[in-house]
Write a protein that binds this ligand. Structure first.
Ligand code: ZN
Length: 139
């Protein structure tokens, strides 16, 4: 069995962002040389997500609006977590609902995904360096 590990780094200029990381994950699969296996892609921070959905700007705005209704950033005093002096209580909740990781099959050296499935990094407390782990196992 072969293994491959890589960290993808991000530093978004905005507090919240969605970034399509399918090209980077595709590069990792190619570089791993693995033909049959699995790739795990997970955020390594508790205020960011990795998820799969459509690369469609209206949907991304819908996520932004929906997440802000569920867990508005302001007022920051509404979150007990922020009593620690942080201001990212909302980002922890947003990360929870959008998920930590995705697991994708690799078949014949390629991501075995549906026609509209794209892998995204979801940032909810950006403007600092954060990373995503890509771990591939197979043969
Ligand atoms: Zn926090």
């Amino acid at each position: 069995m072969k293994t491959y590990r890589k960290e993808l780094w991000f530093n978004t200029p905005t507090r919240r962002a969605f970034i399509n990381i399918t090209p980077q994950v595709t590069d990792c699969v190619r570089d791993s040389g693995i033909q049959e296996g699995m790739v795990l892609v997970n955020a390594m921070h508790i205020t960011a997500s990795v998820f799969i959905n459509d690369d469609e700007s209206g949907l991304h705005q819908d996520y932004e609006d929906w997440l802000e209704r569920l867990a508005p950033h302001e007022p920051i005093s509404q979150y007990r977590h922020n009593r620690t002096g942080e201001d990212n209580g909302d980002a922890h909740l947003k990360r929870q609902i959008m998920g930590r990781e995705v697991l994708v099959a690799i078949t014949q050296g390629k991501l075995d995904v549906g026609p509209w499935e794209q892998i995204f990094y979801g940032e909810f407390d950006g403007r600092r360096r954060k990373r995503v782990l890509v771990k591939i196992i197979g043969e």
